[in-house]
Write a protein that binds this ligand. Structure first.
Ligand code: HEC
Length: 92
């Protein structure tokens, strides 16, 4: 195996690890701390909610996080998206 293949495989394992480690509990802590200045949880459950897919949820969390001027890592964004999905959106 050459080095590039090894690095490629290592990268795949790292990405998988991040996805597997998505932690909705951590996401709730982050949400409670940062996310109630502009809207509460009512936007997540309203009839005409904007987010219509699980990937869309991650994107929206990122948009709001950036609007707040936070600099979250991808895994923090994913933890929050996972929390919102578990408790509100319930996408498969
Ligand atoms: C600076 C104000 C602001 C803050 C702070 C904020 N949001 Fe938002 N958020 C918005 C606005 C504006 C919308 C769009 C609401 C609308 O269309 O009525 C929105 C919508 C959303 C939606 C989509 C709701 C739907 O219709 O499905 C999600 C999910 C969301 N925010 C998550 C978050 C999270 C997570 C945080 C904390 C990181 C956060 N927001 C903090 C302004 C904010």
């Amino acid at each position: 195996m050459n080095l590039r293949v090894i690095i490629g495989i290592a990268a795949i394992f790292t990405l998988n690890g991040a996805a597997l480690a998505a932690n909705p509990h951590e996401g709730k802590v982050l949400t409670d701390k940062n996310c109630y200045q502009c809207h509460g949880t009512e936007v997540y459950t309203r009839k005409d909610r904007k987010v219509t897919s699980r990937p869309g949820l991650t994107k929206q969390v990122q948009r709001c996080e950036q609007a707040l001027g936070l600099t979250w890592f991808d895994d923090q964004i994913e933890n929050v998206a996972e929390y919102l999905n578990r408790d509100f959106y319930k996408f498969k």
